[in-house]
Write a protein that binds this ligand. Structure first.
Ligand SMILES: [Zn+2]
Length: 98
């Protein structure tokens, strides 16, 4: 029997409560917020979260604000087809006006 990988991580603290989907979502966010991020000033990965939206770089000592759970901007996870769809959207509006 193949062993199942437990991806819950920090959400394990909730035990059997609150349901699998919610716990997996939370684990994903907490993993991101607790890891060391790349510093936008010195480019070293030594930025840790102080509290919501506030980040501190241990290497160059800079404290700055960013996103609540991550330093980097939201990753572009859209597929090429979806991007072209978005680009084509204003054209459709023009057709409606005309
Ligand atoms: Zn830095």
């Amino acid at each position: 029997m193949a062993e199942k990988k437990n991806k819950l991580g920090s959400a394990k603290r909730f035990g059997a409560r609150y349901g699998r989907t919610v716990k997996h979502r939370l684990a994903k966010v907490e993993k991101e917020q607790r890891k060391k991020h790349k510093c936008p000033y010195c480019a070293k990965s030594s930025v840790k979260r102080v509290f919501v939206g506030v980040w501190y770089c241990k290497s160059c000592g800079v404290k700055f604000t960013s996103r609540a759970y991550t330093v980097s901007k939201r990753k572009l996870t859209l597929k090429k087809e979806e991007i072209t769809e978005i680009k084509e959207m204003p054209k459709k509006e023009e057709e409606v006006e005309a």
